[in-house]
Design a protein. Structure first.
Length: 314
């Protein structure tokens, strides 16, 4: 859609639902979020999501056993196709984004938040996949993740090789010993997966967590693109490096958070944490820039060039 046409469609939808542009609460990769009455939000997707995916997400939220979580998760009330886009109406969840709160916190409260952050990530592992869920990836338009095609490790390697079709020219240029590293990763993922299967949020970062005035986590938002069914440590690993992803707080949160995780879950998981950080760095390298020229791509490359991770993933 041309920019001018997109702007007109956006204006039409907002006017139809009597939503002021000033009511916008946030804007993510896929949708703008607007206050919609006292207890709802309206999300506007302008060519960034499919109707089928959003209805799958609606059914997924409806299937969750919310009583097994210590915080709220979204509830999509309706999914509506509109001119040039899609609208969802959802319950408004209480709290302020943790990413906003972190910027104002001092060192001592940060340590408390890290404990709560880990507790919230572990809570997701209390959830089973919905009944009849026959794949490893919630939104899987490419059909990569059927559980009948192999275990969790087999799926991850299929997913990695699928992404490498478009990423290999970039990563082979920017990641040292790239071919040897992929051979090492392949050898590990050829081994059978012997762990438990649990739900994985896949985007467990401070912008998707809401907290109250006392720093207690009240809600987890935006399941979707990386929501998976497999090893719960995928969420722990990615949540660890997401906490202060680009070192904006200059507080060594990556090092401090790793200590919290290993103190709680034990030193033997270190290698699996590193492995999932490396895998995520491949899977998401071009998530924001198809040409691999943005800061997130360089963040992924930095992870893939970290010898400590490769030396420990065995």
């Amino acid at each position: 859609m041309e920019p001018a046409s997109a702007d007109l469609s956006r204006q039409y939808v907002l006017e139809k639902y009597q939503v002021s542009p000033d009511a916008r609460l946030s804007q993510g990769m896929e949708a703008e979020v607007f206050a919609y009455g006292p207890d709802k939000v309206l999300k506007l997707y302008m060519g960034t999501a499919s109707l089928a995916d959003l209805r799958t997400l609606q059914d997924f939220y409806d299937s969750l056993d919310r009583q097994r979580l210590p915080y709220s998760v979204p509830n999509i009330l309706s999914v509506i196709a509109e001119e040039g886009g899609i609208v969802t109406i959802e319950r408004r969840l209480p709290g302020t984004r943790l990413s906003t709160v972190l910027r104002t916190m001092k060192s001592e409260p940060l340590d408390v938040i890290m404990q709560r952050y880990l507790h919230a990530a572990l809570a997701i592992s209390n959830l089973e996949a919905p009944a009849g869920f026959d794949r490893y990836k919630l939104l899987d338009p490419d059909g990569l993740s059927l559980r009948s095609d192999g275990d969790w490790h087999a799926f991850l390697w299929r997913y990695v090789t699928h992404k490498l079709v478009e990423l290999a020219p970039h990563l082979s240029r920017d990641v040292g010993q790239f071919s040897a590293k992929m051979q090492q990763l392949h050898a590990i993922l050829q081994r059978p997966y012997l762990g438990e299967y649990r739900l994985i949020h896949g985007d467990f970062f401070p912008g998707n967590l809401l907290v109250d005035d006392n720093g207690h986590i009240t809600a987890l938002l935006d399941f979707g693109l990386f929501t998976l069914y497999g090893d719960y440590l995928f969420d722990i690993a990615t949540g660890w490096v997401f906490l202060d992803m680009y070192d904006e707080l200059k507080a060594n949160l990556r090092g401090r958070c790793l200590e919290v995780i290993l103190d709680r879950l034990g030193e033997p998981i270190r290698g699996r944490l590193y492995r999932y950080v490396l895998i995520y760095s491949i899977l998401s390298a071009n998530a924001y820039s198809p040409t691999c020229t943005d800061g997130h791509y360089h963040w992924c490359v930095a992870n893939l060039n970290t010898p400590e991770y490769w030396n420990a993933i065995e």
